[in-house]
Ligand binder design. Structure first.
Ligand code: MLT
Length: 329
């Protein structure tokens, strides 16, 4: 018994020591599983700055873009990283869609990560290249049917939010065969191709599309949320896809923070505390709201609720993806 107590005391000291020394001089790396300049990257950079402040300015944050395979390469890198709190994953709904899209996923979303808390929720917008002839959503569907086989839609790879949205939308309008899908390393390069007219359409998060819509560099047709974005002066008049006739269409992208399984509890608690403080940072909130995102304020900022939410999302998306993108009626 005495030996057990000694061991327990040693472990507690070790954990406490980890917490006292974390983060130390080594930078905290946010792995972003998509190309720089895209919506996921944007959230990561804004959050890293807010967490640097919430940790007293002493911690050094680095954002590393590890794109490819719809975000699964970056996610796998963190799943296999040293569990010391210095390598974290900032990811989105792809944590929940990948298990249903990849037969051989190299990581288990619910077993290979420690859940640190959710960050925000972001609507998506259906957008087109400036030259696209359809002036509004009603004309768009007609145009797509009239040009079946001639149009394409860009996304950030199998498992990305833009892929999931495109899959669901094309399925809802029975245009899965009518449009070719074109993958990119992220929706930043995809947006460049859309603005340049090299691709025809994309469904992307407002954190990436707001500026382009405002500048008139792309055409906006609809939002993917169940309710119109009445609080957003730029997007408030865009119809939801439900208003456009797509029954039950409701897609909001969310972002969360993850560490490799086995990261010491004391370190996880420190990161979670810094995250919660950052989510209350007025500058961070203002930046996110300016891009149409809503910072999470409910209990999903706590690890257990974050994990329960992702578990529910995995179960919700599985039948949708297996049905080729159709929400179950
Ligand atoms: C996505 O479509 O999953 C993201 O927008 C990709 C990105 O952040 O570039």
């Amino acid at each position: 018994m005495k030996r057990l107590l000694v061991l327990a005391a040693a472990a507690a000291t070790l954990f406490a020591a980890n917490a006292q020394t974390f983060p130390g001089s080594k930078p905290i790396t946010f792995v972003v599983p998509f190309a720089a300049g895209g919506p996921t990257d944007r959230v990561a950079r804004d959050l890293a700055e807010a967490m640097r402040k919430s940790m007293g300015g002493g911690a050094n944050f680095v954002v590393e873009n590890v794109n490819g395979a719809g975000g699964t390469i970056g996610a796998n890198k963190v799943a296999k990283a040293a569990p010391d709190g210095h390598t974290l994953l900032l990811h989105h709904i792809g944590m929940a869609s990948a298990p249903s899209l990849y037969r051989k996923l190299q990581y288990k979303p619910l077993e290979d990560f420690e859940y640190l808390g959710m960050v925000n929720e972001v609507p998506m917008t259906l957008i087109g290249k400036p030259q696209l002839e359809a002036k509004n959503y009603r004309e768009l569907e007609t145009y797509i049917r009239a040009n079946a086989g001639k149009l394409n839609i860009a996304h950030a790879g199998l498992g990305s939010a833009s892929h999931l949205c495109g899959l669901m939308w094309q399925s809802a309008i029975n245009a899965t065969e009518a449009m070719t899908t074109i993958p990119f390393g992220g929706t930043a390069p995809a947006m460049n191709a859309l603005v340049g007219g090299q691709v025809d359409m994309m469904c992307d998060q407002t954190t990436n599309t707001t500026g382009q819509i405002e500048a008139g560099r792309v055409k906006a047709y609809a939002v993917t949320t169940a309710k119109p974005l009445t609080g957003n002066k730029l997007l408030k008049d865009l119809p939801t896809l439900q208003q456009a006739g797509l029954k039950g269409f409701d897609l909001t992208i969310w972002h969360g923070l993850y560490a490799p399984k086995g990261t010491p509890p004391a370190v996880l608690a420190q990161i979670n505390a810094a995250l919660k403080k950052a989510l209350k940072d007025p500058d961070f909130i203002k930046k996110q709201e300016g891009l149409g995102a809503v910072v999470v304020t409910d209990n999903r900022v706590e690890p257990a609720a974050h994990k329960a939410f992702v578990t529910a999302e995995i179960n919700k998306l599985k039948p949708v993806i297996e049905a080729g993108g159709k929400f179950a009626d």
